[in-house]
Design a binder for this molecule. Structure first.
Ligand code: KIV
Length: 281
């Protein structure tokens, strides 16, 4: 399948085709996702929790994001890959935001970057767009500021809160973002935004009335076990499969069942006799 660009994603919205989106953090997972035909891959800062075991995304660094983006790009050369700007990489100034967005493009040839926030990050968004980089907004639940939001809580559940989410969406779209992610908001609010805006509005925990869906691959495959948000559908239990396989290996070694004959390298013809002589001293 030819690689999709941002115009193809816009065309999918116009045609009413759902856009599929998953996170990936490493080379093998990226190869699986490309083979599965996913439209977009996000190298999310959720890697802090899913790969590094941090309690949240705040400790994640640019260096970590870049390393994982490079690996994913190698694994999915024909897929739209988005780098997620970690906490601290765009909060300080417009200049720092542009410099860090550029690093994603140079190191990992990403197709877009994503940053969290609405009205509060408009100058950052405009500065990155002015550098010619495709930007995805991220509103609703924004995990990097979950402390200020009172935890990982759904957003937009009252009229007042829903209006703030809608205003963020409108402001980002007016600023020029080409894609928008809405996280953990009521389906009615997300659907209203998707219907109003001309850009693809994708959801995670935002119902079916949007232009596409994102899930975290570690939830989908069942490798992240600390907690499972309500909006997740788990498609496999790789943690269970992996733990069972590893326990079998441990059992085999302890029982002397591994390695077996077929796992051994034998000496070349005639060499074993010479080695026997050698060991006699
Ligand atoms: O980092 C990530 O995977 C994300 C999702 C939670 C939306 O930003």
């Amino acid at each position: 399948m030819p690689k999709k660009g941002v115009f193809d994603l816009h065309e999918m919205k116009r045609a009413g085709e759902q856009i599929t989106w998953l996170t990936a953090y490493d080379y093998p997972t990226a190869t699986f996702e490309e083979a599965a035909g996913v439209d977009m891959i996000l190298v999310g800062d959720s890697l802090g929790m899913c790969v590094y075991g941090y309690p949240g995304t705040v400790p994640v660094t640019m260096a970590q994001c870049l390393v994982h983006c490079e690996a994913v790009r190698r694994g999915a050369p024909q897929t739209f890959v988005m780098g997620d700007m970690p906490f601290g990489s765009y909060q300080v100034s417009d200049e720092a935001a542009v410099a860090n967005a550029v690093r994603f493009c140079k190191a990992a040839a990403v197709d877009a970057v994503k940053l969290e926030g609405g009205v509060s990050v408009l100058t950052r968004v405009k500065a990155i767009l002015a550098a010619g980089i495709v930007v995805c907004g991220h509103i609703g639940l924004t995990p990097q500021s979950s402390g200020a939001l009172g935890g990982h809580k759904a957003q937009g559940r009252t009229l007042g809160a829903a209006r703030l989410v809608v205003e963020d969406a409108r402001a980002l779209c007016a600023a020029g973002v080409q894609l928008l992610l809405v996280e953990a908001v009521p389906p009615e609010v997300a659907a209203f935004i998707a219907a109003e805006l001309p850009i693809p509005v994708l959801g995670i925990g935002a119902g079916a009335g949007v232009d596409g869906q994102l899930l975290i691959v570690s939830d989908v495959l069942g490798t992240f076990q600390a907690f499972t948000p309500k909006f997740v559908k788990k498609y496999a239990d790789l943690a269970g499969v992996a733990t069972a396989a590893l326990a079998e290996y441990v059992g085999d070694v302890r029982a002397g069942a591994f390695p077996a004959e077929e796992h051994c390298y034998h000496m070349l013809d005639g060499e074993l006799e010479k080695f026997a002589e050698y060991t006699k001293g």
